[in-house]
Design a protein around this ligand. Structure first.
Ligand code: ADP
Ligand code: MG
Length: 355
């Protein structure tokens, strides 16, 4: 397996890119450590597939370098890079049996037939298709085909990395969950370097040790699920992760106080930002609804099972608060912000809090 160093990569699909917005990847610089399980998370169009294809060699970057264990592979082909990639849509041989589809990448590498058989059977069990081994692939359903595609990515154990591009999109929710935990087990057992692309936060947070969040052609934050939740570096991460996302409110700073309209909000420290207009971010889980604090009017209460989401107006802005499933909204509702959950942002980027 390899440590993958994505070194100041920029990529444009245009022949003569000029401005920043001509680039699908603006400036991506990140090291995927050997044996790490990474999720690449971001909305559609943010550049996830472009980055994955650059790592695998299907695409050559306009600028920058790619190193595997310190060796420059930027100009090498996909085969020479020795990477397994699973795509969003099945890539299989329709006329071959399920068994032969999985055996193909191994035979191609001249793996002895006894080892081929062992690996193929192991993989068939994992993707739950052992009973279909001798069936022609074209006779399978769409989600079975996708499982073969997944199996083809997992069958080799000598690869530098395994890349997954939204591989479970067409798979039903229960099987999705099963396959995802299989992938995790496989990672624990063999220590593969894995990069898993998804636009689904649940998928990213359950699969990865480290989540790489992309937005508009850039990496905006890399962290554990807890770090992304507690300390979003960019307001986008706050919106995108968590349900509902982080509340973002325009405030004026004055030392350790933020003014939201006429309301004074005490901060956990003095933000290292120039006094003036910035934004305050607070997750709904840290907004305390009760009889003390700033007066709000309630717009809506959504019962989402284990808790309720309250939508309220505060100083003309809608904010969300989370309360327990048995909690009631008081007659004259007020909110307080738990200082532990307050982050301050300037130009969308989080600023440090001083003492
Ligand atoms: P994601 O996988 O996150 O949805 P992509 O990497 O597919 O994003 O796309 C990033 C940007 O590059 C998008 O604006 C998309 O329209 C553009 N793009 C992707 N593939 C091509 C292509 N083959 N030709 C031109 N533009 C492309
Ligand atoms: Mg994509």
């Amino acid at each position: 397996m390899a440590r993958i160093d994505v070194n100041h990569i920029r990529h444009s699909y245009l022949p003569n890119p000029k401005k920043d917005s001509d680039f699908a990847l603006k400036e991506v610089h990140h090291i995927f450590e050997d044996g790490g399980a990474y999720a690449l998370l971001g909305p559609s169009g943010c550049g996830k597939t472009t980055l994955l294809n650059i790592i695998s060699g299907l695409l050559h970057p306009s600028h920058g370098k790619l190193l595997f264990n310190g060796r420059d592979v930027t100009r090498l082909s996909t085969q020479e890079r020795n990477i397994a990639q699973v795509f969003q849509f099945p890539v299989i041989y329709d006329t071959m049996t399920v068994y032969d589809n999985l055996a193909f990448p191994l035979r191609n590498r001249r793996v002895p037939e006894a080892d081929v058989d062992r690996k193929v059977r192991e993989t068939l069990d994992m993707i739950d298709l052992a009973s279909m081994a001798n069936r022609k692939a074209r006779r399978l359903t769409a989600d079975q085909k996708q499982k073969i595609s997944l199996g083809r990515g997992l069958v080799r154990s000598d690869v530098n990395a395994i890349l997954f591009d939204e591989p479970l999109t067409v798979i039903d929710p229960h099987m999705k969950w099963v396959l995802r935990s299989q992938l995790k087990q496989l990672h624990r057992r063999f220590g593969y370097t894995m990069v898993y692309v998804t636009h689904d936060q649940t998928e990213a947070l359950t699969f990865a040790d480290r989540v790489v969040v992309m937005y508009d052609g850039e990496i905006v934050q890399i962290g554990t699920p807890a770090e992304l939740f507690e300390r979003p570096r960019h307001t986008f991460v706050g919106y995108f992760i968590g349900s509902p996302g982080m509340n973002v409110l325009p405030v004026a700073l004055d030392g350790r106080t933020a003014m939201l309209g006429a309301q004074r909000i005490e901060l956990p420290g003095a933000p290292k930002a120039e006094a003036g207009s910035v934004e305050l971010g607070i997750r709904p889980e840290y907004v305390r609804l009760g009889r003390e604090g700033m007066a709000v009017s309630i717009n809506k209460v959504e019962d989402v099972g284990r808790h309720k989401v309250v939508r309220a107006s505060l100083e003309g802005r809608e904010i969300a608060a989370v309360i327990g499933e048995d909690d009631e909204v008081p007659a004259e509702p007020k909110v307080r912000f738990d200082p532990a959950g307050i982050n301050i942002y300037a130009d969308s980027w989080r600023v440090e809090m001083g003492a």
